[in-house]
Design a protein around this ligand. Structure first.
Ligand code: 5RP
Length: 212
């Protein structure tokens, strides 16, 4: 699948012009895109500490600004209404910010990320550590059993914002769940990206498909 990731990462480069401020996504596909950027005269806004480190190592100048020309990021799932579920890597809150503040938000992914409709999905939710078990109960009442994400040592995974991530499984109505969850005290945000993606580039064996 790596060659398909490379293909979409390359295709996204067509949207980048010198002088632009580019929102830099997180995850393996977004990282391939970053490698393509190193010869461009742009400045980046990093959506995670990992992306920040990679950008610095590639010599991409970084800024923190809410005025972004184009953001390019990967996704875990996308459906034909261009709703995304993100956060597999735990960077969902900053990723949502760089998506939100971009004039154009481009999502890149390989063919297995595409689904006709979202159903029975796992939705990551970033929550404050304070009283997080209470927040978990509230998420259950919002419609899903959620389990605390652990790191490789069995400790709670800590996001770049110092928060926990709950993975909420078998979510039937993704949009409805998101709408309820974001209103709960203790929830920072969910990995559901509604009405944000402008363009989705999907790497297929025969080429790159564009959905808008
Ligand atoms: C991280 C994300 C990533 O964009 C998503 O997990 C896709 O990653 P990859 O390109 O490695 O499949 O949302 O929070």
């Amino acid at each position: 699948m790596d060659w398909l990731k490379r293909k979409v990462a390359l295709e996204a480069l067509n949207w980048i012009e010198d002088g632009m401020t580019v929102g830099l996504g997180s995850g393996s596909t977004a990282e391939l895109f970053l490698h393509n950027l190193k010869d461009k005269n742009i400045q980046g806004v990093a959506s995670s500490k990992k992306t920040e480190k990679l950008a610095r190592s590639l010599g991409i100048p970084l800024v923190e600004t809410g005025k972004i020309d184009v953001t390019v990021d990967g996704t875990d799932v996308v459906d034909n209404s261009l709703t995304l579920i993100k956060g597999g890597g735990g960077s969902l809150v900053r990723e949502k910010l760089v998506a939100y503040h971009a004039d154009i938000y481009i999502v890149i992914g390989t063919k297995e990320k595409w689904k006709k409709t979202l159903h029975d999905e796992t939705v990551p939710v970033e929550v404050l550590p304070f009283l997080h078990e209470g927040t978990k109960e509230l998420l259950l009442s919002a419609g899903s059993y959620c389990s605390l994400r652990l790191d490789t040592n069995g400790y709670p995974f800590i996001s770049d914002n110092g928060n926990f991530i709950y993975d909420c499984t078998n979510v039937k109505e993704v949009r409805a769940f998101h709408e309820k969850a974001v209103r709960l005290p203790g929830v920072v945000n969910t990995g559901v990206f509604l009405n944000l993606a402008d363009v989705v580039l999907i790497g297929e064996d025969t080429g790159v498909r564009t959905e808008r």
